[in-house]
Design a protein around this ligand. Structure first.
Ligand code: SAH
Ligand code: SF4
Ligand code: F3S
Length: 483
C-alpha cells in the first residue's frame, strides 16, 4: 500500500490560524500537477472515466474540477460505470444515508471490477476525509485503488499517476487545514447555470455537523479571482450563477482587508450583462442588515435567500452551537422582507436533535408557521461519529421523531401549495434552463426566486429570459406558458 501521510488530530488543525501565503497554492505546485497530467495523458489518453457526485453544490463544483483535470489527462466521459476504465465516486458524509448510498455503489462495483481487473476505482469527496472511512475501505473494499479527500483535490493528477505507475493502492487522507488552488481546469454543465465556489471549509462547528472536520478551515478566494471567474461566465453566456460557500456571510474574514461578502456582491453586480446572481448558504449569526440592503439595491442579485435556521427552540439552538436565538432569526427575516417585499425565502431544519423534546420540536413547527417559508429542506437528525452531538444522550424513539417530522412536512407542504396557488394568473419573468421530460410542458424554467416552472414551448426558448403566464400549480412546481 502506498501511504503518503497519517492523520493529525482535529484540535491541532483548529488551533492553527491559516496564513494567506501558506494556503494559496504556488504556481510551482500547480505546474507540478500539470506535469503529472501530461504524464498520464501521454500513456493513457483515450480512456473512459465515469464520475458520480453525491452531496451538495460544493461537491458538484468540485466534481466539475475533477472532470476538468480528467479532460486534460485525455479521458473521455461515460455514465456507465461498467464500461469505464476509471470510476470516481465523489462522496458526501453529511448524513448516514448519504454514506450508505456510497457503500452500496462500491459494493456493486465489485462485479465490474471482477470482469475488468484493470478498472481503477477511486473515492474522493467528504467521506474520503474521514479516518474511519479510509480504514473501512482499506480493510473491506480492497477493489478501491485510490482514496483522497477534498483538500487534496488539486493533487488528483499526481495521485492517479501513482496508482498507474506503482499498481498499488494510494490513500491520501491527511487532515490538512486546506488550501486554495486557482486556475484548475473545469468542465461545466452545458446551459445557463454555473457554480462558483467563493470560499472553502467551515469554522462554525455546529455540534451535529461533519463538514468542518472534512472540509478544513474557512478560506476565502481573492475577490479579484472570483470577479474574473464570474465575468468570464457571464461573457460565455451563463445566466444563473450561484456563489457557493458553507457560510458565505463570513467571506473575507480571513482577508485582513475588511472586504466582506456584501462588497463582493456589489462588485459582481457591476459586471454588465443579463444574468442572476444567487448564493448559498448563509448563516444567520453572520447575516447583516447590510447584506439585505445590498441585495435589495443590486439588480443582478436574485431576491432569494436560503437562510437555514435548524431549530425554533433556543435551548436546542444553543446545544447545536448555532449562536443565534429564535428572536434574532425572526428579526433578520422581518428586516429582509421589509427591504425586499418579494423575497423568496428557504431554509434547512433538523428534527430530532439529541435530547429534543416534543415541545421543542413543536416550536420548530411554530416557527415555520410564523415565517411562512417558500420551501424547506427538512432532515431527521443523523449522528455523525466524531461530532459533539453524537455523544449526547438521545432518548426519543425514532418513531416519535418521525411523527414530529411528518407534522412539520404537513405544515410546510400545505404552505408551499398555498404560495404556489397564489401565482396562478400572474405573469412572471423566468429563465428557461432545461428540458422537463413532460410532454405537455416540455421545458423547465426558474423564476428569480428559483421556483421551478414547467413551461409550454419549444427548445428554441432554452437559455432565454421570458415573461410567462402561470396557469397552474402544485406543491412543488408552477405551470405556465410564454406570453
Ligand atoms: N453550511 C450550510 C449547510 C451544509 S449541510 C449551512 O450551515 O447552512 C446542509 C444541511 O444539512 C444543514 O443545514 C443541516 O440542516 C443538515 N445537516 C447537517 N448535519 C446533519 C446531521 N448530522 N443530521 C441531519 N441533518 C444534518
Ligand atoms: Fe455545518 Fe454549521 Fe458549517 Fe453549515 S455552518 S457546514 S451546518 S458546521
Ligand atoms: Fe456533503 Fe461534504 Fe457537501 S459532507 S453536504 S458533500 S460539504
Amino acid at each position: 500500500m502506498y501511504e503518503l501521510h497519517g492523520f493529525r488530530s482535529v484540535e491541532k488543525v483548529e488551533e492553527k490560524r491559516l496564513k494567506r501565503e501558506e494556503i494559496i497554492l504556488s504556481e510551482a505546485a500547480l505546474e507540478r500537477q500539470r506535469m503529472f497530467q501530461e504524464k498520464v495523458r501521454a500513456q493513457f489518453a483515450g480512456k473512459r472515466a465515469c464520475l458520480e457526485t453525491f452531496g451538495c453544490q460544493q461537491n458538484v463544483a468540485d466534481g466539475q474540477r475533477l472532470m476538468g483535470m480528467l479532460r486534460e489527462m485525455g479521458f473521455c466521459f461515460t455514465e456507465n460505470a461498467e464500461e469505464a476504465d476509471l470510476v470516481l465516486l465523489n462522496t458526501c458524509a453529511i448524513r448516514e444515508h448519504a454514506e450508505q448510498r456510497v457503500y452500496g455503489n462500491l459494493g456493486l462495483l465489485t462485479h465490474s471490477k471482477r470482469k475488468r481487473p484493470d478498472q481503477i476505482i477511486a473515492l474522493c469527496g467528504c467521506m474520503a476525509q474521514e479516518a474511519r472511512t479510509a480504514a473501512r475501505i482499506r480493510e473491506s473494499y480492497r477493489h478501491v485503488n485510490l482514496v483522497f479527500g477534498p483538500q487534496a483535490l488539486w493533487r488528483f493528477p499526481e495521485l492517479l499517476w501513482q496508482v498507474y505507475e506503482t499498481g498499488k493502492r494510494v490513500f491520501f487522507v491527511e487532515d490538512e487545514p486546506g488550501s486554495i488552488a486557482e486556475g484548475l481546469p473545469v468542465v461545466r454543465e452545458r446551459g445557463v447555470k454555473a457554480w462558483v465556489s467563493i470560499m472553502y471549509g467551515c469554522n462554525n462547528f455546529c455540534s451535529y455537523c461533519i463538514v468542518p472536520y472534512v472540509r478544513g478551515r474557512e478560506r476565502s478566494r481573492e475577490p479579484a479571482a472570483v470577479l474574473a471567474e464570474v465575468r468570464e461566465l457571464v461573457e460565455a453566456g451563463y445566466k444563473d450563477i450561484t456563489l457557493l460557500g458553507q457560510n458565505v456571510n463570513s467571506y473575507g474574514n480571513d482577508l485582513d482587508s475588511g472586504y466582506r461578502f456584501p462588497d463582493l456582491l456589489e462588485d459582481i453586480d457591476r459586471i454588465p450583462g443579463a444574468y442572476w446572481i444567487r448564493f448559498m448558504s448563509s448563516h444567520p449569526k453572520d447575516a447583516s442588515p447590510r447584506l439585505f440592503d445590498v441585495m435589495a439595491a443590486c439588480g443582478h442579485v436574485a431576491k432569494q435567500l436560503h437562510l437555514p435556521f435548524q431549530s425554533g427552540n433556543d435551548r436546542v439552538l444553543e446545544a447545536m452551537n448555532r449562536r443565534y436565538t429564535r428572536e434574532k432569526y425572526l428579526e433578520l427575516i422581518r428586516y429582509a422582507r421589509r427591504v425586499m417585499p418579494d423575497l423568496v425565502l428557504t431554509s434547512d431544519v433538523i428534527i430530532g436533535f439529541p435530547g429534543e423534546t416534543e415541545a421543542e420540536a413543536l416550536e420548530t413547527v411554530s416557527l415555520v408557521e410564523e415565517v411562512g417559508f417558500d420551501a424547506l429542506f427538512t432532515f431527521l437528525y443523523s449522528p455523525r461519529p466524531g461530532t459533539k452531538a453524537a455523544s449526547l444522550p438521545d432518548p426519543a424513539p425514532k418513531e416519535e421523531k418521525q411523527r414530529w417530522f411528518d407534522r412539520l412536512l404537513e405544515v410546510q407542504n400545505a404552505h408551499s401549495a398555498k404560495i404556489h396557488g397564489s401565482y396562478v394568473g400572474r405573469t412572471v419573468r423566468v429563465l428557461a434552463d432545461g428540458e422537463s421530460g413532460d410532454e405537455a410542458y416540455p421545458l423547465s424554467a426558474r423564476t428569480e426566486g428559483n421556483r421551478l416552472v414547467r413551461l409550454k414551448g419549444g427548445k428554441e426558448l432554452l437559455g432565454q429570459f421570458l415573461d410567462v403566464k402561470i396557469t397552474g400549480s402544485n406543491t412543488w412546481a408552477l405551470y405556465g406558458e410564454p406570453v
